[in-house]
Ligand binder design. Structure first.
Ligand SMILES: C[S@@+](CC[C@H](N)C(=O)[O-])C[C@H]1O[C@@H](n2cnc3c(N)ncnc32)[C@H](O)[C@@H]1O
Length: 879
């Protein structure tokens, strides 16, 4: 094309774009001609070809490649075309006589075997305008073709699918023996372009000029325009030629005679119409004009987004489109439109009314077909996803994948309507409560959207009969899957809470062993549990446990522990919930319980609430719900400590004035750590990391290993005159100096020194990190280059339009590029000393090839002097 377009869109940089780049074609469109020629083989025998609208010259390159040597190739375009070997090019408008003259001047008496036309008007105006110009351009190219084509010649042109398409084809058929429309694989599906290959030019002696006149060929006879003079020859031609028996279909483009570019529909029409998609497809705006429509605007479901979408339908993205349809469905439900339909459907017999297939129906049929195709595609994708899932699970079973990966997959798949991934057993109940599962599960009790079910049964297809119905189901399903996901999350939390409760219980058991002692120890260390024990807490708990023994039988393995927790909870719900949420805090909490009021915070008890909301605990006397009892429990527990501060605090129902002390994982260890106590451990850690670093240490280690010394002896040796020397009152300078010499003289062996030296040498031999990284980078880049080259080579190999030899050449070139380092080898610069024969000469010294530099003995000094002067000048300027 004339204009250099930036190819940024993902779609544009497709396979053919890359292939064109690799094979040196100026435009990806070159492959269209290659493919057309492959099918119709018109280039190989052509001696003269005219390419109309040829810039940047992709087709010309192909013509030059496929046409016999010495053939004539002429290319014309509005913009100049860069020279191509054995191709003559002009810059001219093909619709002008000037262009015709230029071609005539070039061809003289010759006739062309092939006329190519790939023109596209420079777009930018309204679509309808573009389409028309394109058709007009085609007719203009045909005009040139009929003038220059030899009898039996071929005319290849690009036509856009528009209302003029049939007219053009009709004209082609009048002038050529064979007319075929085709779309080569390299032409994008999204493009409306079609290539028409007209062969066997009839070369009639006389061609009615109206055949080549856009005003006649594209005259709209279907409008029933009264102004058309039926008797005129032009109209006779049209009437005879085009025979427009019925109004042209809207899907061909804009409806005939309907050139209104901006169309507004009423919201009521959109909502009430049976075919909302058609409405969206034809209108630019949905207006809210009537009172009723204005009321809809004020409704909650009519969000700002929906309003914005209604304002400009032509810029709807997929999400906006869906949102608008969802809004329509919601509104219909709100208005009772859908219910009504359902009811009537239930009570009325289905009567098939066969109507004349009108345009609207055809559109909706086509839409349905497309939808069905899309559904089939989705089904296939789902099946594939299922296979992947099964494989992943197998991989996980073989411990090749972390379960987390599967979890992620499952979420995605389930959101896409997959069969349920989550354990629904526990969540089903919750959903039933919400009434969600009933909707999710079909009448037959099977999970809707189950991919296997779908595949096997036609019913589900029937069920999702209409587009609306399907949309609604999908929406419902999405919502329900969200619900499922929430339930799944709460189930996870639940499991988490269960774990925490068990953990708390385990810790508690440890604590209980100490309980008896704690009652006797200093009151500063008393905790809440101890306090309960003072009140006979353990016995009390046992008694409660016994009281619960009946329930135990119906529980699973974990229940015993859970119920122990429950029994504790009965004694003090708050304490339990605190533990369940902060099992690790238990010990610390005990230490601070005297200072802080043990009232749990709302957030910490949530997990436990989830856990204890299970049915298995429902028999317990409503301690979750009953605040009064709760208070009573608290009160009974606190009676034992009537003199304690707790009493008043605990009676403050759910006040959050209990501060949980943040605790580090190894809180206890830290707590008892005194300065220097961990020194040994640190040393050990250092040794583990670095090994022994002094010859003394290695010697001792060797002695220990060889049983030349013992641990006891070493310990005893530790008590020497250096170890227990008081440094109190000594000045620091003295201590610093003494530290160098005042230390035991430990023995070292030659072996130890040698071993350390070797270790050091091994360390020195290791490449420094930066070098290692650079090497790895280099390797990685080389690998990437190779991968890229292989990919390209595959592409070349898959190209049908190249001979095996060309492929081999191309692949060899690619592989050479892929295996090279990517950097050009630096050429050595030869230094030539300007002495002897080289002294004082100008130009290249004799016998020196390649790059060289003349150097002489003065050069170094002079360069230095120059630098010195420059520096001095700079300084002077500054001052
Ligand atoms: C799709 S490009 C052609 C690409 C060409 N076949 C190739 O392979 O390189 C369409 C070209 O039509 C040219 N064109 C549009 N209107 C024209 C006119 N009236 N006369 C000549 N060229 C025209 C444009 O300048 C543009 O370069």
């Amino acid at each position: 094309m004339g204009k250099v377009q930036k190819k940024t869109g993902k779609g544009r940089l497709d396979k053919y774009y890359k292939l064109a780049k690799e094979q040196g074609y100026r435009a990806r469109s070159a492959f269209k001609l290659i493919q057309l020629n492959k099918k119709y083989a018109f280039l190989e025998t052509a001696r003269c070809t005219i390419d109309l609208c040829a810039a940047p010259g992709g087709w010309l390159q192909v013509a030059s490649k496929y046409m016999p040597a010495n053939s004539v190739i002429v290319g014309v375009d509005l913009v100049p075309i860069k020279p191509i070997p054995r191709v003559v090019t002009f810059a001219a408008d093909i619709t002008t006589p000037h262009c015709r003259n230029l071609i005539r001047g070039e061809l003289k008496d010759w006739k062309a075997d092939v006329v190519l036309h790939d023109g596209a008007p420079n777009v930018g105006t309204a679509w309808i305008q573009d389409a028309y110009s394109q058709s007009e351009l085609v007719l203009m190219s045909l005009k040139l073709a009929v003038e220059f084509l030899i009898k039996g010649g071929t005319f290849v042109t690009k036509v856009f699918r528009s209302v003029d398409y049939n007219n053009l084809i009709w004209v082609f058929n009048q002038l050529f023996g064979k007319v075929e429309a085709t779309k080569p694989p390299s032409s994008r599906n999204v493009s409306a372009e079609i290539f028409v290959v007209c062969r066997e030019f009839l070369a009639p002696k006389f061609i009615d000029p109206k055949f080549l006149d856009p005003r006649h060929v594209f005259k709209d006879v279907a409008t029933g325009d009264a102004s058309i003079d039926k008797g005129s020859s032009a109209n006779n031609v049209q009437a005879n030629v085009f025979q427009p028996e019925k109004k042209r279909r809207h899907r061909d483009g804009y409806a005939d005679g309907d050139y209104i570019l901006h169309r507004t529909i009423n919201a009521a029409d959109f909502v009430r119409d049976a075919d909302p998609i058609a409405a969206l497809g034809t209108a630019n705006k949905i207006a809210f004009l009537t009172e009723e429509e204005k009321e809809w605007l004020a409704m909650d479901i009519t969000s700002a987004d929906v309003k914005a979408n209604c304002d400009d339908l032509k810029v709807l993205g997929k999400g906006d489109f869906k949102a608008l349809l969802k809004w329509r469905l919601a509104l219909r439900e709100e208005l009772g439109l859908d219910n009504k339909t359902k009811e009537t459907e239930e009570f009325t017999e289905t009567v098939e009314i066969v109507e004349d297939v009108d345009e609207e129906q055809q559109i909706s049929e086509e839409l349905e077909r497309l939808n069905a195709e899309a559904a089939a595609r989705t089904k296939r994708e789902r099946r594939r996803a299922n296979e992947i899932k099964t494989r992943t699970i197998q991989r996980m079973q073989l411990q090749m994948t972390a379960p987390l990966d599967i979890g992620l997959d499952q979420q995605d798949l389930s959101l896409g309507g997959q069969e349920d991934m989550f354990d629904l057993g526990g969540t089903e109940k919750a959903l039933r409560k919400k009434g969600g599962i009933d909707r999710l599960i079909g009448d037959d009790g099977n999970l809707m959207e189950d991919s296997d079910e779908e595949e096997g049964s036609e019913d589900s297809d029937e069920f999702l009969d209409s587009e609306e119905e399907r949309e609604r189901k999908v929406n419902g399903l999405e919502a329900e899957l969200d619900g499922l996901y929430d339930a799944y999350q709460s189930r996870l939390r639940e499991r988490d809470a269960k774990f925490k409760v068990v953990e708390a219980r385990r810790k508690n058991a440890e604590r209980e062993e100490w309980g008896g002692i704690k009652t006797k120890i200093d009151s500063d260390d008393e905790d809440e549990e101890t306090s309960r024990e003072e009140d006979g807490g353990w016995d009390k708990m046992q008694a409660v446990k016994e009281g619960l023994s009946d329930d135990e039988e119906s529980s699973d393995g974990d229940t015993s522990s859970e119920e122990e927790d429950m029994s504790q909870m009965k004694g003090s719900k708050r304490v339990i919930s605190e533990r369940a949420s902060h099992p690790k805090n238990t010990e610390r909490a005990k230490l601070v319980s005297k200072l802080e009021v043990p009232v749990t915070t709302a957030s910490t008890s949530k997990a436990a609430q989830v856990w204890f909301s299970q049915d298995v605990f429902s028999g317990l006397d409503g301690m979750d719900d009953d605040n009064d009892e709760d208070d009573q429990d608290d009160a009974s527990m606190q009676d034992a400590q009537s003199e304690n501060d707790w009493e008043s605090a605990a009676s403050d129902d759910d006040e959050d004035d209990f501060e949980v002390v943040p605790q580090e994982p190894d809180g206890d260890v830290d707590m008892w750590d005194v300065e220097g106590e961990n020194e040994d451990e640190l040393k050990q850690a250092k040794i583990r990391k670095l090994g022994l670093v002094t010859p003394e240490a290695v010697t001792i280690a060797q002695q220990l290993v060889n049983r030349e010394t013992t641990k006891t002896k070493l310990i005893n040796d530790g008590f020497n005159r250096y170890s227990l020397n008081s440094k109190d009152g000594l000045p620091s300078w003295f201590l610093d100096d003494e530290a160098k010499f005042y230390k035991p003289n430990l023995p070292i062996t030659k072996e130890a020194v040698r071993a350390l030296r070797e270790k050091q040498r091994a360390l020195d031999a290791r490449p420094i990190k930066k070098i290692a990284e650079a090497k790895a980078r280099k390797k990685f880049k080389a690998h990437q280059r190779l991968e890229k080259a292989l990919k390209k080579a595959e592409g070349v190999n898959a190209t049908a339009d190249m001979s095996e030899r060309e492929k081999a050449q191309q692949i060899e070139k690619l592989m050479r590029k892929g295996t090279s380092s990517g950097q050009k080898a630096k050429k050595d610069i030869k230094l030539v000393v300007a002495k002897g024969a080289h002294k004082g000469i100008k130009g290249r010294p004799k016998g020196v090839k390649g790059r060289y530099t003349m150097v002489d003995s003065r050069m170094k000094k002079e360069l230095r002097a120059k630098k010195r002067v420059a520096k001095a000048n700079k300084k002077r300027k500054k001052t």
